[in-house]
Design a protein around this ligand. Structure first.
Ligand code: ADP
Length: 609
């Protein structure tokens, strides 16, 4: 659903973008066209005005010459005496002088019938003398009494000329016509090679002055039969074939667009050329002066503008796409980060809860283990006490029977009034009861449940207490015990009751291993090596079977018939809890060596036990 919405949004944005692009193109191209077209019009209108003025001034030079000549006596005389060769010769030279001064092409005099009787070119091969120009409209106009103007190709020279004629009157009668011919190529020479084309067309739209030579004597519109006949009659273009320039558009409207169909002129050219056509009527509407300015530069400008706008829009579009992509990538990244964070948090939560459950489980297991351990320690103690019971009861029975004897004797001594003896017996009884109380208190303290709290204690008193507890049994088994204890106190962090129990356990095991030994000797050593206090219990018993060594500290491992196999495993756990170790090995001579190692702790010494 979201993808569909995004797609339609994207499509709408693209459409909007396209719309903006088209709008910008339309507005800016329209504006450029209007502006450039106007500029082109202004510039070319100026050119047209200049061109018109130029033609006007060029023609203006000659327009009054025939009138002036028609009044001169020499001209009238020549007409009056047309058979006087001297007069005509004089006239010829005069006309030549005038022609040279004004810079005309030819100046000549026609008689009443239109035949040339004198001419500036009298001495040239192509002289007009003798030629009849009655067919020319300029003659016809002048002979009717009005000044004539006419453009035509010279019938003798074949050159383009503009003819000015004027009637020569004498005694209210037109006796001849004086004509001056101007060379038109002078006009176009100055305007050739420009960007725009300058044309002068006659009323039939035939080009007779042009900056483009190829358009000369071409018609801008197809000629009708009537027009062709007229041209033939006046011989304006002599026998020249007037071709049609394939140009379309409103030829006689000022500032209009004309289309030149290049393909009709040249098969290789496909594209037409468009011109801005500016037109001005001239010479009493007989001519049209035109400027044709190609609009190709405007089209190029428009193409350039089109490319620029397209490029600009493409750049903008690309930039926007890039920004969008960057944003999308950033959003995706942020989303991915959030997702992975959530995933991580979820995993962490899962693990935490699993861990919590595990920790709870462990706590429970540890609590169960601790209570089991306590129970086991207690059972082990009771087991040791059981082992000790025979010797203890012996130890208690002896003083008891001694007390009874002393008490019975004391009664006898009292009867015999031997008070000293009585006192002596009572003090012995007191001494014996003290000894019994001591044994009982030791047993009580051994059987006491420990709270497992570690504290800094001196090791020597623990060893001495264990010895004291085992004394009856050592005595019963006729076993010697030697102790090598340093004179200065060695402190460790431990639980004294549990540690005493371990030492008792080790001593008890040593005793049992020497049951059948000849020389029964147990040694207890207390040493310090590299800040580790070591309590070593060495015996001369059976030693430990090599195969049993790896299993010695496993719970319930025993080689004894009535053994529980818990003493060493419990002892090792207790020592481990005190950050120490319990190890066993066979001695080199005979017997076994057990070693309790504990880190020495002489800081914050608290000897209270
Ligand atoms: P139990 O004494 O009930 O068997 P212990 O854990 O105290 O349990 O001892 C385990 C075993 O270690 C004994 O059965 C015995 O084989 C061996 N052992 C312990 N101390 C000695 C020793 N000093 N000499 C030889 N073997 C010993």
């Amino acid at each position: 659903m979201a993808v569909l919405i995004m797609d339609s949004l994207r499509r709408r944005v693209t459409l909007l973008w396209l719309f903006l692009y088209c709008l910008t193109l339309l507005v800016s191209i329209h504006w450029l066209w209007q502006y450039s077209y106007q500029q082109l019009q202004i510039t070319n209108q100026q050119q047209l005005d200049r061109f018109s003025r130029h033609i006007d001034s060029q023609l203006g030079h000659f327009s009054f010459i025939p009138q002036l000549l028609s009044r001169q006596g020499i001209i009238i005389n020549a007409l009056m005496a047309s058979d006087n060769s001297a007069q005509l010769d004089l006239t010829n030279r005069h006309l030549n002088t005038i022609n040279t001064i004004v810079g005309a092409s030819d100046t000549y005099l026609l008689d009443k019938d239109g035949t040339t009787i004198a001419a500036s070119n009298w001495n040239k091969k192509s002289t007009f003398i003798g030629n009849n120009f009655a067919f020319r409209p300029y003659y016809q106009d002048a002979i009717q009494g009005s000044p004539g103007r006419y453009f035509a190709l010279g019938s003798t020279s074949g050159k383009r000329g503009y003819y000015f004629s004027y009637p020569v009157n004498y005694a209210a009668e037109t006796i001849g016509v004086v004509v001056i011919k101007m060379n038109l190529s002078l006009i176009e020479k100055d305007w050739a090679g420009k960007e725009q084309s300058f044309l002068v067309t006659d009323l039939n739209n035939v080009v007779f002055i042009s900056s483009e030579i190829k358009w000369l004597y071409h018609s801008l519109s197809p000629l009708s039969e009537q027009q062709k006949n007229d041209l033939r009659e006046t011989r304006r273009y002599l026998e020249r074939k007037i071709d049609y320039v394939p140009i379309s558009g409103n030829l006689n409207t000022n500032a209009d667009l004309l289309k030149l169909d290049n393909k009709k002129l040249d098969n290789k050219k496909w594209l037409p050329t468009y011109y801005l056509s500016l037109i001005k009527a001239f010479d009493d509407e007989q001519w049209n002066v035109r400027v044709l300015a190609p609009i190709t530069p405007i089209l190029f400008d428009i193409l350039l503008l089109f490319l620029l706008i397209t490029l600009l829009y493409m750049l903008l579009y690309l930039t926007l796409i890039l920004i969008k992509q960057k944003q999308t990538r950033h959003q995706e990244q942020v989303l991915a980060e959030i997702k992975s964070k959530q995933k991580l948090e979820f995993t962490v939560m899962q693990r935490t809860s699993a861990l919590q459950a595990e920790v709870e489980e462990r706590h429970k297991a540890e609590a169960a283990l601790r209570s089991t351990q306590k129970e086991l320690i207690q059972s082990a103690k009771l087991a040791v006490l059981g082992q000790l019971s025979a010797s203890i009861s012996h130890e208690l029975n002896n003083p008891l029977s001694a007390i009874r004897t002393y008490a019975e004797n004391a009664v006898l001594f009292l009867e015999r009034d031997k008070l000293d003896q009585v006192s002596n017996n009572l003090s012995r009884i007191t001494h014996l009861t003290e000894r019994m109380a001591k044994i009982s208190s030791q047993l009580k303290s051994f059987a006491r449940k420990s709270n497992g709290e570690l504290k800094i204690i001196a090791l020597q008193p623990v060893i001495l207490a264990a010895h004291e507890l085992l004394k009856p049994q050592l005595k019963a088994n006729r076993t010697e015990l030697t102790m090598h204890l340093p004179t200065h106190s060695i402190h460790v962090k431990a639980e004294p009751i549990q540690l005493e129990q371990i030492v008792v356990n080790l001593l008890s095991n040593a005793l049992q291993s020497m049951q059948y030994s000849d020389h029964k000797l147990i040694e207890i050593e207390l040493i310090v090596e590299s800040d580790i206090a070591k309590i070593k219990v060495l015996d001369q018993g059976t030693g430990i079977d090599e195969a049993h060594l790896p299993h010695l500290f496993e719970p319930f491992f025993t080689t004894k018939e009535t053994g529980l196999g818990l003493g060493l495993s419990i002892s090792q756990q207790i020592i481990n809890n005190m950050q120490g170790t319990l190890t066993a090995k066979n001695r080199v001579s005979s017997g076994a060596e057990f070693c309790i190692s504990l880190p020495v702790n002489n800081n914050n010494i608290n000897t209270k036990q």
